[in-house]
Design a protein. Structure first.
Length: 250
C-alpha cells in the first residue's frame, strides 16, 4: 500500500482519487476493476491496477521527455501514483489512427482503414448520458471551453498521439486509437491527466497477423477474448525493455 493519504475525493470505475497534505496534489489508486460498455459489463482482473499504473507512469514520463506537460508526479507503489490535482475538462478526446470500434459501427468507414491525418473526435464525458459524440454546435452550446483552449487541446492531443505512436512503433506495437482526458492545474495550464494504458488505448501486436490474437488492449475484455492481464503485461514488457524505471515520488 501507499503512504498516508487524505480523504477519498472521487471513486471512478478504474481509479480512486485521494487528497494529500499538499493541496495541489492527489494520490491515484489504480483498481483491478474492469468495466466496458459504460459499466454494463463488469469484472475484476488480477494485476490490472498495477499494469495500468506502471504503463501510465512510463507513458507520462515519455511525454514529459518530449516537453508535453502531464499531471504525473511519480509512483508511490506499483498501483499508486501522485499527480497534480487538475480540474478535468469533461471531454474525452479520441484520436484514431486506424478505423475500428464505434467509428465503424456509426459510419460506413471500413475496419482497418488508415486515418491520415488521425481522426480527432470529442465526446462529452458523462456516464449517465453515455458519453455522447459532440458536434461543433453542441460544444458551443455547452460552453465547455473557449475556442483558444480548444485549439490548444487539439494540438496537444495530436502531439500526444504522435509521440506515443512513434514510441510504440519501435516496440512492434501499433497504436490504433487512444482516449485522453485533459485538465487545468491551479496555474491554468493545460495538462494531460487521467491515465494512458491499454484500457484507454487500442494497441495491436505487429508481430502477430491474426486479427484477434494481435489485440493487446481492453478489446480483449470487451470481446471476451481472455488473456487480458497477459496482453497488458506484454505491452509493459516491451516498454520496460527500452525505458528506465519510472521515478518514485518523494
Ligand atoms: N489529476 C487529476 N485530478 C483530479 N481528477 C482526476 C485527475 N486525473 C483523473 N481524474 C479523474 O478521476 C476520476 C477517476 O478515474 P476513473 O476511475 O478512470 O473514472 P471514470 O469512471 O470516470 O472513468 C475521473 O473522473 C478522472 O477524470
Ligand atoms: Mg476512466
Amino acid at each position: 500500500m501507499a503512504q498516508n493519504h487524505g480523504p477519498l475525493v472521487y471513486e471512478g470505475k478504474a481509479k480512486r482519487i485521494y487528497g494529500m497534505n499538499e493541496p495541489g496534489e492527489v494520490m491515484v489508486e489504480f483498481k483491478n476493476d474492469a468495466t466496458a460498455f459504460n459499466a454494463k459489463k463488469k469484472s475484476e482482473i488480477d494485476g490490472k491496477g498495477r499494469l495500468n499504473c506502471l504503463l501510465s507512469a512510463y507513458f507520462f514520463e515519455l511525454l514529459e521527455s518530449e516537453g508535453i506537460q502531464t499531471h504525473y508526479r511519480g509512483l508511490i507503489s506499483d498501483n499508486w501514483m501522485v499527480a497534480q490535482h487538475v480540474e478535468v475538462i469533461p471531454i474525452e478526446v479520441v484520436l484514431r489512427n486506424i478505423a475500428t470500434g464505434s467509428l465503424c459501427r456509426e459510419t460506413p468507414v471500413k475496419q482497418g482503414t488508415k486515418l491520415k491525418p488521425p481522426l480527432l473526435d470529442l465526446y462529452f464525458k458523462d456516464d449517465a448520458l453515455g458519453d455522447p459524440l459532440l458536434t461543433e454546435s453542441r460544444l458551443e452550446l455547452l460552453d465547455l471551453m473557449s475556442s483558444d483552449r480548444r485549439a490548444e487541446l487539439e494540438k496537444l492531443a495530436r502531439r500526444v498521439n504522435d509521440v506515443l505512436s512513434h514510441f510504440m512503433q519501435k516496440l512492434d506495437l501499433l497504436l490504433v486509437d487512444l482516449k485522453l482526458e485533459l485538465g487545468t492545474n491551479q496555474e491554468g495550464q493545460l495538462l494531460v491527466a487521467d491515465e494512458i494504458s491499454p484500457d484507454t488505448c487500442r494497441i495491436w501486436d505487429l508481430r502477430i497477423d491474426d486479427p484477434r490474437d494481435r489485440i493487446l488492449d481492453k478489446d480483449r475484455f470487451r470481446q471476451d477474448l481472455g488473456g487480458v492481464a497477459e496482453s497488458y503485461e506484454e505491452v509493459l514488457k516491451r516498454v520496460q525493455e527500452v525505458s528506465s524505471r519510472p521515478r518514485h515520488y518523494n
